[in-house]
Design a protein around this ligand. Sequence first.
Ligand code: I3P
Length: 132
Amino acid sequence: EISPAGVGIKTLDKAGVLHRTKTVDKGKRLRKKHWSASWTVLEGGILTFFKDSKASAAGGLRQPPKLSTPEYTVDLRGASLSWAPKDKSSRKNVLELRSRDGSEYLIQHDSEAIISTWHKAIGEGIQELSAD
Ligand code: I3P
């Protein structure tokens, strides 16, 4: 978002608790999947997954994310997002996010409504960055 002064403003696009797991690290497929429920923030073209915490999983929007530290930050510039093919997970409502540096993440929520809002928000974030 650009202010009248032409200065980019970092805006909070979306935050909430999602299940996520990293499957590829810079082109290297990880051997094991570790799903975590974690606080997730989309802000300024960056998606940040905070460390797994029972508090963040239970607290929803009322839990301040200050209490945990970021585990993964994904630059959405040059990233791509799609629904994960069925062979990637036995779970329902799974999104696959690929970053430009060749890492991959699965993102999941049992609620189709909730995952759909993330699909839209992350997709729009990727679109906005590609327009620069
Ligand atoms: C994995 C774990 C994951 C599962 C994965 C299992 O077992 O159950 O949740 O992924 O399936 O291998 P473990 O805990 O022993 O590592 P999904 O929940 O996404 O299906 P996979 O081998 O088919 O990836």
